[in-house]
Design a protein around this ligand. Structure first.
Ligand code: ACO
Ligand code: LMR
Length: 590
């Protein structure tokens, strides 16, 4: 099991299994108040969102959310040293085992859930007994190591509570408690007495805690920062006898100040079950009275009244303790966040610089690509390709469905935006909106090394249409001149693995029908994938993220919006009035 002196030297990076905004915010507040440079929580495992927003002092930070630990990069997983598990009781075993398997450097895990099946606790305790991992709980509010780590709700969940608790500096008195509420009460008792907390550990109230009170005492024994331990125990179980035995064997030598709750149980005819699962004394040995006797015999200072703890502690104060104070001012959660632009000192900032600076240091294509990706792009090839694509896709005549809809809408007397929207609403899986789906398929085909014939077979089995393949006008004997033009940006087999793959698909589809060529959507998708990977260093996972947010379809939409707008203006200049098909244009098949 890891020692506290080791924990104090670690760069503590935490992942939260499940999301508990109150606890996570409290942990970030503590990090901020003890002047950490950045939050200790670096990821949250939850579903339905990609990030959560938290305060960082008076400012705000974004914490990434992924649905599974495996989605974190291996570098991130290696950095993680602590886990807070706030998942439901039924998920504690599987999620904790997953963390132990996925996180090679994890040293401490705290489990918050109550009603975790006892067999699950025992199984987890057995697993970690073979590893130097401190596994706290279940039903635990966690571990506090003043000045270093707050893992869980322990110490408080409001920043004003944290500021008032005097827990920013390492002290010499450890607090160990089966009860979460009492651990916080004892932290205040220690600091109000004039002493400081070396660490506070909430064992949890289950019958089979994964860190037992005796193991917690051993942590204190081995901790050079700790001079004494304040322990809150309860009736039920036999943990205290293990402590007494270790004290008699001089394995535990530090002063133990203890209060055992539950003497009131002796007034009941039948043993009452108190709140915690273990708090039931079915035999005399499990009673509070018996435990107090055993601990007293071992030399512990047994307090008959809870209030006596403060008295005993005050007697241990040898000098006035200097307490660091720190507070967080008033703060207000923003309604939205933007990583792209915003006001700073009354100036509009875009991509990290003042608007005019950004605008004047970028051409249109460079600005477009940088804004779409969310950072300043420097790659000439990427910018040149974007520039060419934005010009290439601007129009393809009034024949295409989108342009036609804009024209018809303009001739119906609608305004520019309505006519543009009518055209844009036509963009989709068959017309102009296949770039993203094509990128998704080329990416998966390459990453999963799907042979071209298998790829096509899979699609035909699904009865699906392959995005990026086929055209209403162009075919093998009437090639799309735009495709050849785009080859200037791609075609190097060694680097351009996505274009090479797309071409291998086309080589088969065109044997079936001569118009099943690699169309301009499919071509742009492939070349953009290659450029993002070879020029900007995108990993397949990062490319998939771009697919998931439909990045690749932006190019057709942006470029063809120019064409649709121009068609609107053209129609307005030469207004021919309301468009209507004649009878001969429509065959009525009744
Ligand atoms: N993948 C597999 N089979 C195809 C594909 C394709 N991409 N496109 C057409 N076919 C097959 C059809 O399944 C159909 O087969 P069948 O005769 O056995 O039933 C036959 O070819 C005719 O297909 P249609 O859609 O009726 O007509 P057309 O071939 O003219 O379709 C179209 C052209 C709409 C572009 C089609 O190829 C397609 O939907 N492609 C995928 C979407 C896409 O990439 N669109 C972008 C086009 S470029 C642009 O919009 C800028
Ligand atoms: C376009 O760019 O609009 C075309 O490829 C589609 C078409 O049908 O011509």
């Amino acid at each position: 099991m890891i020692e506290l002196t080791d924990l104090r030297t670690m760069d503590m990076k935490v992942v939260s299994l499940g999301s508990h905004p109150g606890i996570i915010q409290a942990m970030l507040d503590y990090d901020f108040l003890i002047k950490k440079q950045q939050p200790s929580v670096i990821a949250i495992i939850a579903s339905g969102r990609k990030s959560e927003r938290y305060f960082w002092g008076e400012s705000e930070v974004i914490i990434p959310v992924v649905s599974r630990l495996e989605q974190l990069s291996s570098a991130q997983r290696e950095k993680i040293t602590a886990v807070i598990n706030v998942q439901s009781a039924r998920r504690v075993l599987s999620s904790t085992k997953q963390a132990l398997e996925c996180l090679p450097n994890v040293k401490i895990i705290t489990v918050f859930a109550e009603q975790t099946p006892e067999t699950h606790s025992l199984e987890l305790a057995h697993i970690t007994s073979k590893r130097d991992v401190l596994l706290i709980g279940p039903s635990s509010v966690g571990l506090l190591v003043p000045g270093y780590l707050k893992l869980g709700a322990i110490g408080g969940t409001q920043h004003k509570q944290l500021s008032a608790a005097g827990i920013f500096d390492a002290g010499d008195t450890a607090v160990v408690s089966t009860s979460g509420g009492i651990v916080n009460e004892l932290i205040h008792t220690v600091t109000r007495s004039g002493l400081g907390v070396s660490f506070a550990l909430a064992i949890g109230g289950d019958r089979f805690p994964m860190v037992t009170p005796a193991e917690a005492m051993l942590l204190a024994e081995h901790d050079s920062q700790t001079e004494r331990v304040v322990f809150f125990g309860e009736l039920g179980g036999s943990d205290e006898y293990e402590i007494a035995k270790l004290r008699e064997e001089r394995v535990l030598t530090k002063e133990l100040i203890v209060y055992i709750a539950g003497t009131v149980a002796e007034l009941f005819e039948t043993p009452p079950q108190f709140g915690h699962a273990k708090a039931l004394a079915e035999t005399y040995d499990e009673s509070a009275a018996a435990k107090k006797i055993a601990l007293s015999k071992s030399g512990a200072v047994v307090c008959e009244e809870f209030a006596n703890i403060a008295t005993v502690l005050r007697e241990r104060v040898q000098h006035e303790r200097v307490v660091t104070t720190a507070t967080i001012g008033e703060r207000q959660k923003s309604i939205i966040t933007s990583h792209l632009s915003g006001d700073k000192n009354d100036d509009v900032y875009l991509l990290g610089r003042e608007l005019l600076q950004t605008v004047e240091s970028n051409g249109v294509a460079s600005l477009v690509l940088s804004m779409l990706l969310g950072f300043q792009v420097e790659s000439k090839r990427a910018i040149d390709f974007t520039d060419y694509v934005l010009r290439l896709l601007v129009d393809h005549g009034p024949y295409v469905s989108g342009a036609l809809n804009t024209i018809v809408t303009a001739r119906a007397g609608k305004d520019m935006v309505s006519s543009l929207a009518a055209g844009l609403l036509t963009v989709g899986p068959r017309f102009g909106g296949a770039i993203n789906a094509a990128a998704d398929n080329w990416l998966r085909g390459v990453v999963f090394e799907t042979p071209a014939h298998q790829f096509i077979e899979d699609f035909s089995l699904k009865g699906g249409i392959i995005p990026g393949i086929g055209h209403k006008k162009y075919r093998l004997d009437l090639p799309d001149p735009r495709i050849q033009a785009l080859m200037q940006f791609g075609g190097n087999k060694n680097n351009d693995r996505y274009l090479y793959y797309a071409r291998s698909i086309e080589a088969i589809t065109t044997t079936k029908k001569n118009n099943l060529i690699l169309n301009v959507d499919g071509m742009i998708a492939a070349v953009m994938l290659d450029i993002l990977e070879s020029e900007l260093g995108y990993t397949p996972e990062q490319l998939q993220e771009l697919v998931d947010i439909e990045f690749f379809n932006a190019f057709f939409v942006l470029s063809r919006s120019i064409g649709f707008t121009a068609h609107y203006l053209d129609q307005r200049r030469h207004d021919e009035g309301l468009f209507r098909l004649s009878d001969k244009d429509v065959r009525y098949l009744e």
